[in-house]
Every structure is written in structure tokens, then in C-alpha cells.
Design a protein around this ligand. Structure first.
Ligand SMILES: Nc1nc2c(c(=O)[nH]1)N[C@H]1C(S)=C(S)[C@@H](COP(=O)(O)OP(=O)(O)OC[C@H]3O[C@@H](n4cnc5c(=O)[nH]c(N)nc54)[C@H](O)[C@@H]3O)O[C@H]1N2
Ligand SMILES: Nc1nc2c(c(=O)[nH]1)N[C@H]1C(S)=C(S)[C@@H](COP(=O)(O)OP(=O)(O)OC[C@H]3O[C@@H](n4cnc5c(=O)[nH]c(N)nc54)[C@H](O)[C@@H]3O)O[C@H]1N2
Ligand code: SF4
Ligand SMILES: [Mo]
Length: 742
């Protein structure tokens, strides 16, 4: 209860903890957050929140959170001033680059970057200033296959269709658990409520997953599938559509290339032939194809279970191919393209045609893995540090990234970090990764930052624009995260650790504007002259965007000021059809049969004739967790041990394991242990462990997480396999041996 002298203030902030981007209402008294709840008037999330939102307070107040720069002296972190920390970086980083070349610095970019406007908007400046090809990110542990398949089909890396859930009659979900994850590559607060509404209006929801998940519990039907066999299941679906004459392109008929090539490519993949490999009945595959084709408004949606496998790009492509072939792409109630108010590549340039996407502009040094979207696969990171030669990584910058727990063969990555000449982490904890750093620069608490979602409106179930002001002030001497990245860019570009950032930022922004605005550059810059930093970039993007005021030409259009004034956000309406305007392929059509993908089908064909391993492992997400870094927050961490290995009862019997006992999980020379939880929600031959645990490594400062450390799933995953097209890691369906401990 606030006392008589306390002034309580109310603040609105987009939750940065997952892709649902819920609008929060926070109360603050005497500089402290006193309550966090859903913002009922938020035009996009309408009051929904999950239990994680309140953990923002824990995060802000966490005594373990790093608040001042740390520099390692004689193997121990000591506190330093910002000037000292930047000076240390200025002494060491440029020297390594001039001695060994620009590629000697690697950059590793983690998931929270996409949830912090300052980080995502200023990262490109740092990467450009470093000039290194050794850029790695969580994208190749996650969605790169989807980005590549959509890039090839529609011409832009982020032209990714999302389910129009509020108007559909049938939703088929593969390899996603939005009831727990709250949706991904699909920004959809309150998935559960929307799924219930779908069923209440007579719609049908089907889940295809090796585990009967929380989402499956909400659905009409659940079918088990062998991990990694989705490509074969989907080939069977597409085969059936052609075989049974169910293909209906509808409005897209005039905009599609490659129909005949696709029909030919799937000819041999009959449902009956792929069925055993998928662990499904051929008739089930045919029936699902008929239902999708026969339902006026239907969607196939796939997520991380579809991407983190060897056939990730093929499977993601086939999902959208099914949506096209059944007449459900770009139609209300189908899979539709959002139109974001700012930052979307698919609203820039001439509509309807473009340069498309290319991969392999360069390759990784050791494995020759092709560059995709300007990045190299995260699974190549360790070998690039370990292997001597020109271009070896000798210095590393990690930004909001914890690959020791989040990337396959984390122990190898940890060992590689110890060989670096210099490592810098921009992070909020001393954790499994940043403990290896020579310098840690602390990021800000999200409550101290302004926010605008740069990526997620491009993936939202409904169009909207929302801006959040900082909830709490930042200490006067603390740089914002964008200033940290900009100062690092100044160091990397030879301006020195104490460069004046104001003219540097002005010059970089002017150069960005000039590329787009040409002769109008001065006028555009004048129009946004009241803003600096990320706000200026947001104002530029909003005003030049599809709903923008066009710098005064359309006075009713959006700009930063009007967006800021709308504390509940601005609703920009339901998704609307965008083909052909959205297309940026060189042909100006949807490419149904990109040659790169057709050529890869041979691998899928081969796999059909190989025997599947006896036992494979998959991951799972949990409501009160988020990848590797929220286990130190008391409200989320409390309760029983959640890092349990799920086993089907028949597998448990066969392996002599009982509920509550400890099991050893082994692959090659790596082994972990976890408590057994027997459950018929698992498919036979599949075990399941959550990722992001393993907080028992020395020198981390995570006092709460260390109490229930759990086991690192990624210690037993295999960094030598990946999807060859996208470079994505294989985090699902990896063969393991499980036995009783002792
Ligand atoms: N086996 C298996 N592995 C997986 C997955 C899986 O399903 N199975 N999922 C993969 C996926 S989808 C992803 S996205 C990756 C995620 O893996 P990462 O990209 O490594 O992200 P996190 O594990 O979330 O770690 C986030 C890091 O950012 C820091 N951090 C948190 N907030 C901030 C902030 O505001 N500022 C700064 N500067 N730092 C911050 C944290 O302390 C932590 O070090 O994991 C992948 N790994
Ligand atoms: N609470 C919570 N929310 C999160 C996160 C978190 O860690 N915790 N992480 C966030 C991040 S970074 C991401 S990327 C998203 C991910 O969002 P989702 O993709 O919805 O996440 P998961 O719950 O991992 O769902 C993947 C599903 O794929 C299934 N699966 C595994 N292998 C296969 C396979 O081979 N085929 C098929 N068909 N299914 C398979 C798994 O059993 C699981 O149900 O979640 C985000 N939201
Ligand atoms: S679902 Fe939860 S964690 Fe995700 S944005 Fe909403 S409140 Fe935050
Ligand atoms: Mo992710």
C-alpha cells in the first residue's frame, strides 16, 4: 500500500521477455516497481500477460545483475569505470585486428538483442565497423531455415507469413508449442485464448509433434511424428494434393512459378512410402491433405521443431508450399503477411519485384559453410577459434548471448573461449559464457530503456505500432546499450575509446538516410532533427514507412511523436492480402520450386532408406523459463526441479528406469545426468529435456540458478551436423544412449 507521502506513477511498457510482446502496466513508487500487470487497453495484447512478466522486477533488482563494467585482472573480475573499461578494449581489440586482419574478431549475437531496440538498431553499425566475416547469432540455432525458405519463395528474408488465427477454421501446428512459448515467428499474445476461440466457433486444431504438448492438449487432434521426419510428412502432403487433384491456387494462380517442377519433385514421395519413416499412417497423411484442401480457411504453421533439424529449410519451404497449393496463402483466415509500420524490407523499394536473396557470398574458413543472411553457422564458432591460420578468431565479442548453454557442444565452446587473446561480453550477468570474458560491459535493465519492436510487427497476427518510454531512470554515468555499441564501433573504426559519439552518430545516420533519400537527405534529416540515437532511427523508419507521414507530405500519417502519444499503441488493422505488392523475387512471382531446394530433395530421398536410431532426444520449453538466462529470478526459479528427462513408459521399462530416478544421457564422449519423469506424452523412442540449464559451472555469478542447476542439454548435442542450406544447428532428434545412474 502506498503511504500518504508516496507518489505512485503508472507506466506502460512492451514486455521484452518473449515474442508475444505483451503491453504491460507498471506502477512505480519511490523509484521501485510495485506492480506489473497486463495493460487492458493495449490495442494489441488487450491485457494478456504470462507469469514471466512480473519477473522484470526481479531482473531489475537482482543483486547478481552486473551494474558496473568488470575487467579481469590476474584471473579475477574487478570493477572498473566505463572510461577504464573502454580504454582497455581500445588497447586490445584494434591491435589484434591490425596484427591478424579484420576477421580475427568474431561477433556472437544472442536472442535478447531482438528485444532491445538500442541493441538491434546499433548492432549493424558495430558489425560494419568491425568488418569481420565471423558473425554468428542465435538465428542459426533457431529460425534461419524459415528465413531462407521465405527469402527464396517471396524475395525478402523477413517476408514470413503468419497464421491469421482470428479468422481461420483450421490450424495445423508442426513443431511448435505456443501454449508455452507464447508463439514464435508469430507474435500472438494469448495464443491459448485465441485457440480456444477457434475451437468454440467450430474450428479444428491439429498438432503434429513427438511429444503430446500443452498445445496438443488444447487441440482436437494430436499425431506423433518421428523427430526430423517432417520433411517426409510434408512431401507426402504435397504429393497427395497433386495426386488427388486437390491443388487450388485461387487468386495466386497468376503469381506462381514452379508448379510443374514441384509436382514432379514430389512424385515419388507417396504417403504410403513415407509413413513408416514418419511413424504415421499413410491414410492419416492423405486425410490431413484432404482436410486442408477442403477447408475454406486453413493454415499450416511450423516453428522451432521444424527448423532445428537437418531438413529445416526443406520442411519450412513445404509448409508454405502447402499453404499456397491449398489456396490459403495471403488469404484471410490463412497464412498472411503482416505490414509493419517501420523497418520492414518488404515495404521498401519498388513493390512487386526485387533482387531476391542469395547465400554463400563467402564461406566459413574451416568447414566452408556458406554465409546466410550475412552470418556463419553458430556450430562453426568453436572450430574457427581453435583452428590456426589466416582468419582465425582470436578475439570475440558476445552480445546478450550464452552459447556455452545455448549452442551444441557447449563444453567445446567453453574450452575454445579459454584460447582467445581477448573476449568482451556485453551482458547483464557473469554467466556460463561471460565468465570467460576479459571485459564485461553491463547492459541496461529493460525498465531503464525506451523500446520499439523492430522485428516483431513484421510477424504479428495484427498490424500495430507501439512505443515504450523508459519506466525508471538510468544512472547518470551509465551509457545506454546503443551508446555501448556505438562506442565499440568508434573503437573498431579507429576513432578511439574517447571519441565524441554525437558527430559520429550524426554521420552514420546521415549516411543511412542518404542511401535511401538521395537529394532529399538534408530535408529528411531536418524533419527528424529533434531526435537522437534510436529515437531518431525509429522516427525515420515510421515516417518513411507504409503508414508514415512521409516527412510532412501526409500530415495524418505516423511519426514517433504520434506513436509515443498513444500509450495503448496504435492499431493498424487486421492482416490484408499483400501479393503481388510484397514480392521481391527477381521474377516478381512466388517461387514454388527454388532450384536450391529441389536439389536438396535427394538428401531427403536418401534418408528414407536409412534406419532410424533407437532413441533420440528433443528439447522442451517451460512457462517459467526463457532459454538460458531467467533461472536466477526468484519468482520464476522457485518450486521443484524442472530439468527432468521425459521418457515413454515402454522406453523406461526397456531401459530399467523408474520415475524419480537419475538417468545418464550420453552422446560420444559427453554425458549429463537428469531426473527421470515417465510420461506417455512422449513418443516411443524419443526422450525430452529442456535446454538452457547447467548452471553448475565455476566462476559464474548466478546464486539463485546455482541452487537448481539442472543439466545442459547442449552438452550432448552434436555441433558437426547442420542443415546444409541454412547452416542451422540440429537441436532435435539427436541419437543418445540413456541408462540408469549407478
Ligand atoms: N538444445 C536446444 N538449444 C537451444 C534451443 C533449443 O530449443 N534447444 N533454442 C535455441 C534458440 S531458439 C535460441 S533463440 C537460443 C538462445 O540462446 P542465446 O542467444 O544464447 O540467448 P539466451 O540463452 O537467452 O541468453 C541470453 C544472454 O543475454 C543476456 N541478457 C539478458 N538480457 C540482456 C539485456 O537486456 N542486455 C544484454 N546485453 N544482455 C542480456 C543473458 O545474461 C544471457 O547471457 O538458444 C538456442 N538453443
Ligand atoms: N516460456 C518460454 N517461452 C519461450 C522460450 C523459452 O525458452 N521459454 N523461448 C523463446 C524462443 S527463443 C523461441 S525461438 C520460441 C520457440 O517457440 P516454439 O517453437 O513454440 O517452442 P517449443 O516449445 O520449443 O516448441 C517446439 C516443439 O517442437 C517439437 N519438436 C521437436 N522436434 C520436432 C520434430 O522433429 N518435428 C516436430 N513436428 N516437432 C518437433 C517439440 O516437442 C516442441 O513441442 O519460444 C520463445 N518463447
Ligand atoms: S507472454 Fe509473458 S513473457 Fe511473453 S511478452 Fe507476454 S508477458 Fe512477456
Ligand atoms: Mo529462439
Amino acid at each position: 500500500m502506498p503511504g500518504p507521502m508516496t507518489i505512485e506513477t503508472t507506466h506502460h511498457r512492451i514486455c521484452p521477455l518473449c515474442e508475444a510482446c505483451c503491453g504491460l502496466e507498471l506502477k512505480v513508487s519511490n523509484g521501485r516497481v510495485t506492480s506489473i500487470r497486463g495493460h487492458d487497453d493495449d490495442v494489441f495484447s488487450r491485457g494478456y500477460v504470462c507469469p514471466k512478466a512480473v519477473a522484470l522486477k526481479d531482473l531489475h533488482e537482482d543483486p547478481d545483475r552486473v551494474r558496473v563494467p568488470l575487467v579481469k585482472r590476474n584471473g579475477r573480475f574487478v570493477e572498473a569505470s566505463w572510461a577504464e573499461a573502454f580504454a582497455e578494449i581500445g588497447r586490445r581489440l584494434p591491435a589484434l585486428q591490425s596484427q591478424h586482419g579484420r576477421d580475427t574478431v568474431g561477433v556472437v549475437i544472442g536472442n535478447p538483442v531482438v528485444h532491445k531496440a538500442g541493441l538491434i538498431l546499433y548492432l549493424p553499425r558495430l558489425v560494419r565497423a568491425l568488418g569481420s566475416r565471423n558473425v554468428f547469432s542465435a538465428s542459426t540455432l533457431d529460425q534461419m531455415p524459415k528465413q531462407l525458405s521465405c527469402g527464396l519463395m517471396f524475395g525478402d528474408w523477413l517476408s514470413i507469413p503468419v497464421p491469421d488465427i482470428e479468422r481461420t477454421e483450421m490450424l495445423m501446428i508442426l513443431g511448435a508449442n505456443p501454449a508455452v512459448s507464447n508463439g514464435s515467428m508469430w507474435t500472438v499474445p494469448d495464443f491459448r485464448g485465441k485457440a480456444k476461440a477457434l475451437r468454440a466457433r467450430g474450428g479444428r486444431m491439429i498438432v503434429i509433434d513427438p511429444r503430446r504438448t500443452e498445445t496438443a492438449e488444447l487441440a482436437d487432434e494430436h499425431h506423433f511424428i518421428r523427430p526430423g521426419a517432417d520433411v517426409h510428412f510434408l512431401l507426402g502432403l504435397v504429393h497427395t494434393l497433386f495426386d488427388e487433384n486437390l491443388v487450388r491456387l485461387g487468386r495466386l494462380a497468376d503469381y506462381v512459378n514452379g508448379l510443374v517442377a514441384l509436382a514432379a519433385a514430389v512424385k515419388e514421395f507417396t504417403p504410403e512410402r513415407v509413413a513408416a519413416h514418419c511413424g504415421m499412417a499413410g491414410e492419416t497423411i492423405r486425410e490431413l491433405a484432404r482436410s486442408l484442401a477442403g477447408t475454406e480457411r486453413a493454415i499450416v504453421y511450423g516453428r522451432i521443431g521444424i527448423s532445428t533439424q537437418e531438413f529445416g529449410t526443406l520442411a519450412n519451404w513445404l509448409i508454405d508450399a502447402v499453404n499456397v497449393l491449398t489456396g490459403h496463402l495471403d488469404e484471410p483466415g490463412g497464412a498472411m503477411f503482416p505490414k509493419a509500420a517501420a523497418f520492414a524490407g518488404n515495404t521498401r523499394g519498388a513493390p512487386g519485384k526485387g533482387r531476391g536473396v542469395v547465400t554463400g557470398r563467402h564461406a566459413s574458413r574451416v568447414s566452408r559453410a556458406p554465409e546466410v543472411f550475412g552470418e556463419l553457422p553458430m556450430t562453426c564458432l568453436a572450430e574457427e577459434v581453435e583452428t590456426p591460420g589466416v582468419g582465425q578468431i582470436k578475439a570475440l565479442i558476445t552480445i546478450a548471448s550464452n552459447p556455452v548453454l545455448s549452442a551444441p557442444n557447449g563444453p567445446r565452446i567453453a574450452a575454445a573461449f579459454d584460447r582467445l587473446d581477448f573476449m568482451l561480453s556485453v551482458d547483464v550477468y557473469i554467466n556460463e559464457t561471460s565468465r570467460h570474458a576479459d571485459v564485461i560491459l553491463p547492459g541496461t535493465s529493460p525498465l531503464e530503456d525506451i523500446h520499439y519492436d523492430v522485428a516483431f510487427p513484421q510477424l504479428s497476427y495484427r498490424n500495430h505500432a507501439r512505443f515504450s518510454q523508459a519506466v525508471l531512470p538510468r544512472a547518470a554515468d551509465r551509457p545506454a546499450e546503443w551508446e555501448i555499441l556505438l562506442r565499440l564501433a568508434a573503437i573498431a573504426s579507429g576513432r578511439g575509446a574517447d571519441a565524441d559519439l554525437v558527430p559520429f552518430d550524426d554521420a552514420l545516420t546521415a549516411a543511412d538516410v542518404r542511401r535511401i533519400a538521395g537529394e532529399h537527405t538534408e530535408a529528411v534529416l531536418k524533419a527528424v532533427s529533434r531526435w537522437r540515437g534510436p529515437e531518431r532511427l525509429i522516427d525515420l523508419a515510421l515516417r518513411g514507412g507504409p503508414y508514415g507521414d512521409q516527412f510532412g507530405l501526409k500530415p495524418d500519417g505516423l511519426n514517433l511523436e504520434t506513436t509515443q502519444a498513444a500509450s495503448a499503441g496504435i492499431d493498424l488493422g487486421p492482416l490484408a492480402p499483400r501479393i503481388p505488392e510484397i514480392l521481391r523475387t527477381p521474377s516478381g512471382r512466388v517461387e514454388l520450386a527454388p532450384p536450391l531446394l529441389l536439389a536438396d530433395l535427394e538428401r531427403a530421398e536418401k534418408r528414407l532408406n536409412e534406419t532410424s536410431p533407437d532413441l533420440v532426444i528433443i528439447g522442451r520449453r517451460q512457462v517459467r523459463s526463457n532459454n538460458s538466462w531467467m533461472h536466477n529470478l526468484p519468482t520464476l526459479a522457485k518450486g521443484r526441479n524442472r530439468c527432468t528427462v521425459l521418457l515413454n513408459p515402454a522406453d523406461a521399462r526397456r531401459l530399467g528406469l523408474r520415475d524419480g530416478e537419475r538417468a545418464r544421457i550420453v552422446r560420444g564422449t559427453q554425458a549429463i545426468e537428469a531426473q527421470v519423469q515417465v510420461s506417455d506424452e512422449m513418443m516411443l523412442g524419443v526422450v525430452c529435456l529442456p535446454h538452457g540449464w547447467g548452471h553448475d559451472l565455476p566462476e559464474a555469478r548466478l546464486s539463485v540458478a546455482a541452487l537448481q542447476p539442472g543439466a545442459n542439454l547442449n552438452a550432448v548435442l552434436d555441433e558437426t551436423v547442420r542443415d546444409p542450406l541454412s547452416g542451422n544447428a540440429v537441436l532435435s532428434g539427436v541419437a543418445v544412449v540413456v541408462s540408469a545412474v549407478g
